[in-house]
Design a protein around this ligand. Structure first.
Ligand code: SF4
Length: 679
């Protein structure tokens, strides 16, 4: 919540023409966003104050500040601002009546901390929030959705819905489960999390909404606070341990049954609460052993000014004893082994880099550290292979993918098989025609796979539609299945766009067919279509198959609505080694001619005749010529010419990619793999 507050303060300051100072001594204004919930946080503010001495800057204290703390700190700051009054300072175009509606300037664009409510009326006896933040106030759900959409458009990969008691949220007829579903429906790739929920308000509908929202990561922080019913009563937490346990197990069960995945369960605990006896603490220890939390945020009880505890209770447990109790719980947590994750491939959002390691959070919120030679991975999704289990986290390395590419007839198939044999791999075909069944001769489909498993060959009927977006989905699934077996995936093929969809991690826009536009375009000649296409996407026009009318029509349709795949690339989720087979053009032409002669001998004409004439794929090389030309010799020659032209276009496409390592032989490829430690 403090980050969300700071991000709104940043907007107001920008609005007032302030700029971020790189050093504290250069600042004209210092704003401290406080948290009075724990004494340790308040102590940190006192620790900061000496640093402000002899500075020219004016100082402001804001955030979550209890009245007694305000009293103690008022002489130390130039101004104390009630955070709720921040909107009075904002001169933005749309005057927000609630400071939470001030558009934030995010500290990290890939994480959107979105407050959905502020304040709380539960009055847990230890808690300062009802006194600092006041009564529960929920933001309008339209405002929240607007902010979430805006965050996703600006690169957010993780959305946190924040509130002191999120599941108490209500705005008109929208409650928290409904809000969660609405955020889940926002298009784009991002994860959803929330904090904090109260066990008393955790309904079955909320559990359903969580398990059925596919962007909601399987992580729940369910604050228990104490395993002792008598302590819970003194804390004014209206549930028993038995009720909590039932809810805890139900959440786990629902994720296991409906999502087929484990949910990461964490909790909040206060040790040494007023009057907590040794026996009462033992009940918390028992709860820890019984529920086996994945993580716990353990706090030593401290009296906070104005709270019920301060007014009516005593801080009975010594500091030493609180420390001891915290240690005991931490030791139970440590015993939970993470070893079952070794060898698994986890999706990780990278949050930071410390020394040689990147650190991120997995889909289920586990801390994962790993090394990678790649720069700028912060804020990206990567797939990490887990190699080691730590006490509170996991260690691993980015999953590896080897790409073997080249123009048609460059020898990719044979080399791919040899390399996969040598390096314990499986092959994922990246060829837009090998996916089709019954197109064997004209596509030079590999017949002998020499014991190496191939994926994405013969997976669709010629009458069915298949495109790069479907390929990306299928290829990612195949790559993951290979990695899960502990093998190396080889992406082998010559369809540049299919390869780029993985190596450049392209998000494909779901652009629906525009039937009116299509009808107009289909009446034009290929030459006319190319001219139109050149005007909207000259780069795409350089590499498109100009003889394929269907492709031209679709490319124009997409390009009209969104520039040809620009701004949709992301960092690849794997560490990738790209190997390109280099063959001199003369040699390539010779090989193509030989191959076409063989195809004709093997019965290409028969294969063409057997295929349904309705199939659009018959507009591709090796098939369309049988319709366009007459006489076997002419057809053969045309196939040779068109195939060579196609090969040259493939080379043009690949040449643009400077990260390809060009090789001439199998032994060179082998050396590259070993040198780059992809073996
Ligand atoms: S529900 Fe949470 S925020 Fe509200 S009073 Fe209790 S501990 Fe504080």
């Amino acid at each position: 919540m403090n980050i969300a507050d700071s991000e709104r303060i940043a907007t107001v300051l920008k609005d007032l023409n302030y700029k971020k100072a790189s050093k504290i001594r250069d600042a004209d204004l210092i704003i401290v966003v406080a948290c009075s919930v724990r004494q340790s946080a308040v102590d940190r503010i006192f620790g900061l104050i000496p640093k402000f001495k002899n500075l020219k800057a004016k100082t402001i204290l804001t955030g979550c500040v209890l009245n007694p703390d305000k009293e103690k700190l008022k002489d130390k700051f130039d101004y104390i601002l009630d955070i709720k009054d921040l909107n009075n300072w904002y001169k933005g175009s749309q005057y927000p009546c609630d400071y939470l509606n001030i558009p934030p300037i995010r500290e990290r664009k890939f994480i959107a901390n979105i407050p959905i409510s502020s304040g709380c009326e539960n009055f847990c006896t230890y808690c300062a929030v009802p006194f600092t933040r006041g009564k529960l106030k929920c933001r309008d759900h339209n405002e929240i959705i607007r902010e979430a959409k805006d965050a996703v458009l600006n690169g957010a990969k993780e959305i946190w819905l924040l509130g002191q008691n999120v599941n108490d949220y209500k705005s008109e007829n929208t409650d928290f489960p409904k809000l969660l579903k609405m955020v889940n429906d926002i298009p784009g790739k991002f994860w959803i999390r929330f904090t904090s929920p109260h066990p008393k308000d955790f309904s079955k509908r909320l559990i359903n909404a969580m398990v059925s929202s596919h962007k909601y990561g399987p992580y729940v922080n369910l604050p228990l606070q104490s395993g002792s019913n008598s302590v819970l009563k003194r804390m004014n937490r209206p549930y028993t341990y038995e009720k909590y346990k039932k809810l805890f197990l139900e959440i786990k069960k629902q994720f296991k049954e409906k999502r087929k995945e484990d949910v990461f369960m964490s909790t909040d605990i206060i040790v040494g609460f007023s009057g907590e006896t040794k026996e009462e603490f033992k009940e918390t220890e028992k709860a820890f052993k019984e529920l086996k939390f994945d993580m716990a945020y353990i706090n030593q009880f401290s009296m906070r000014g104005e709270t019920y505890a301060l007014l009516k209770m005593e801080d009975t447990v010594s500091k030493k004893e609180k420390k001891e109790r915290e240690k005991k719980l931490t030791n139970i947590l440590k015993k939970k082994s993470n070893k079952k994750y070794i060898g698994k491939i986890l999706d990780v959002l990278v949050l930071e880099k410390k020394e040689d390691y990147y650190i991120g959070k997995s889909w289920d919120y586990r801390t994962v550290k790993f090394k990678s030679t790649r720069k700028n991975l912060i804020g990206e999704f990567v797939k990490v292979k887990i190699t080691d289990a730590l006490s509170f986290g996991l260690k691993g390395e980015v999953a590896k993918l080897i790409v073997l590419l080249g123009p048609t007839a460059s020898g990719k198939t044979d080399m791919g098989i040899k390399l996969a044999k040598e390096f314990n791999g499986e092959i994922v075909s990246a060829d837009s025609r090998l996916v089709y069944k019954k197109m064997d001769i004209g596509t030079a489909k590999p017949k002998v796979l020499k014991g190496i498993k191939h994926h994405l060959i013969d997976i669709v009927n010629v009458e069915d539609k298949y495109n790069v977006a479907l390929f990306k989905k299928d290829a990612e699934k195949a790559i993951l299945s290979i990695l899960k077996k502990g093998k190396t995936p080889f992406l082998v093929g010559g369809t540049g766009l299919y390869i780029s969809s993985i190596t450049e991690n392209i998000d494909f826009p779901k652009i629906k067919p525009d039937l009116k536009l299509r009808k107009e375009l289909e009446e034009k000649t290929k030459e006319e279509l190319l001219e139109i296409y050149k005007k909207i996407d000259s780069a795409g026009a350089e590499i498109i198959d100009t003889k394929n009318k269907r492709r031209l029509v679709r490319a124009i349709e997409v390009a009209f609505k969104r520039p040809f795949f620009r701004e949709t690339k992301n960092a690849p989720e794997y560490d990738i080694l790209k190997l390109g087979i280099k063959v001199e053009k003369q040699e390539l032409e010779k090989r193509i001619n030989k191959r076409v002669d063989q195809m004709i001998k093997m019965g290409l004409e028969k294969e063409v005749n057997k295929l349904s004439s309705r199939s659009k794929i018959l507009e591709t090389i090796g098939y369309r010529e049988w319709k366009e030309y007459k006489g076997n010799e002419e057809i053969k020659e045309r196939i040779k010419i068109n195939t060579f032209k196609f090969a040259k276009r493939q080379i043009t496409w690949f040449k643009k990619d400077k990260s390809i390592n060009w090789i001439k032989s199998y032994s060179e490829a082998k050396k590259f793999i070993k040198k780059n430690k992809f073996d």
